[in-house]
Design a protein around this ligand. Structure first.
Ligand SMILES: NC(=O)c1ccc[n+]([C@@H]2O[C@H](COP(=O)([O-])OP(=O)(O)OC[C@H]3O[C@@H](n4cnc5c(N)ncnc54)[C@H](O)[C@@H]3O)[C@@H](O)[C@H]2O)c1
Ligand SMILES: [Zn+2]
Length: 373
């Protein structure tokens, strides 16, 4: 078994992402290296725990059996009420300041359990065990935690670094296909923003990757984790470089928001968003035609997406302006001047944006198909 160790620099102390097939078997040893804990508390959801609980050790070294705390990880469960439920359950289980939370689940569990760990007794140690492709390549790395309010997503939270991330590829075996493809959209994103070789690898092997070929995961997951670690290490609080991780997300979040988060899996919205960003980059004279066409063609190979919503461009633009990443009402777009590079632009004219949104779906289909010739 090959184990990859990726260091993530962070203001609150560096930590490692340890990934590989079967790494969870060594969890007790990895956790023992972090120091002494008074007790271990697994936080997961009924669904994730049913799928992967059998792969997670119950005893961590000399400590007694871990207590298991479950909460519902539907988007509707990403609330302060869930944080309260977890915290009260930790109190009842006797968790003190030296207790450890092990978050086992997708991004949802990681965000909520991470925020619970950040705030319980003003912060106890946290280990992420991400169980979705998205969580392994993205959400478990970088220290963002938080919950939604009725007024909007991720409005309450904290930057709180884990002490360790354990990414076991075996966890992904039970992942539904739609979740896996959604995670792959973020993998394509890493290729576009930071790694042209990764992008070419995806072009050469998408079918194999969609079959979850072990060798392909062995290459892709550590590579994406490295990119995320490098980007957040250089810019933990999202001033410049970290923004590039939002490639495809300005459009993607708007699509999710105008459809009330009911139509798209996040990665599906990002897939549309990346195609729209490629098109916008092309129309704005930033992304060369050949690069835009490659981004479109690769993204389309993820499979059919729920259709672009039948809403007026103005409604999508309003949703983009309301996004918390817009500054002073100015919409910022991450665009790619060539595959493997990206930066943020806030000078895109309203007219160009309007044009892309108007022609968007039809033109995307055309450009995507043209590149496949
Ligand atoms: N903190 C960050 O930096 C960051 C980054 C991106 C996304 N996020 C957040 O992550 C969340 C989405 O995360 P996600 O895409 O991992 O989805 P998710 O956590 O909602 O999980 C998707 C579904 O898969 C189930 N599941 C999880 N692991 C499984 C497995 N191994 N086998 C079978 N089923 C499994 C879950 O129970 C859930 O029903 C959103 O709330 C988003 O805001 C956070
Ligand atoms: Zn995303």
């Amino acid at each position: 078994m090959k184990i990859h160790r990726i260091r993530v620099p962070s203001a609150t102390g560096k930590y490692e992402v340890v990934c590989g097939s079967g790494v969870l078997r060594g969890a007790a040893r990895e956790i023992a290296r972090l120091g002494k804990f008074s007790s271990v508390h697994v936080v997961s959801s009924p669904k994730a725990w049913r799928a992967v609980g059998k792969l997670v050790p119950r005893r961590f070294g000399l400590l007694g059996a871990a207590a298991v705390h479950l909460f519902h990880d539907a988007e509707s469960g990403k609330t302060l009420a869930s944080v309260e439920q977890i915290a009260r359950s930790l109190v009842r289980a006797g968790a003190d300041r030296r207790a450890l939370v092990v978050a086992v689940g997708g991004g949802m569990v990681g965000d909520v359990a991470g925020f619970a760990a950040a705030s319980y007794l003003r912060g106890i140690a946290l280990v992420h065990v991400p169980t979705t492709l998205l969580a392994q390549v993205d959400s478990a790395i970088g220290g963002k935690t938080g919950v939604n309010l009725p007024e909007g997503k991720n409005l309450v939270g904290a930057f709180y670094s884990p002490s360790l991330v354990l990414s076991d590829f075996l966890m992904l075996r039970s992942l539904p296909d739609r979740e896996f493809r959604g995670g792959l959209a973020e993998v394509i994103k890493y290729g576009v923003i930071a790694d042209k070789q990764l992008f070419a690898y995806l072009e050469a092997g998408m079918e194999k990757i969609l079959r979850r070929d072990a060798g392909a995961l062995e290459y892709l997951i550590p590579r994406c984790a490295e990119i995320k670690a490098r980007v957040v290490g250089a810019d933990e609080h999202e001033s410049g470089q970290r923004e590039t991780l939002n490639f495809g997300h300005t459009f993607g979040h708007a699509l999710e928001s105008v459809t009330n988060y009911r139509v798209y899996q996040h990665g599906e919205a990002v897939a549309w968003g990346m195609m729209a960003a490629a098109l916008l980059g092309y129309v704005a004279g930033i992304t060369p035609e050949a690069d835009a066409a490659r981004i479109l063609a690769l993204t389309r190979r993820l499979g059919a997406l729920p259709p672009w919503p039948k809403v007026a461009p103005a409604k999508l633009i309003a949703a983009m302006r309301a996004d918390k990443k817009a500054r002073a009402g100015k919409i910022r777009f991450v665009l790619s001047p060539r595959i493997g590079q990206a930066r943020s632009y806030d000078g895109i004219s309203a007219e160009i944006l309007q044009r892309v949104l108007q022609l968007g779906p039809a033109l995307l289909a055309h450009l995507g198909a043209a590149s496949a010739l």
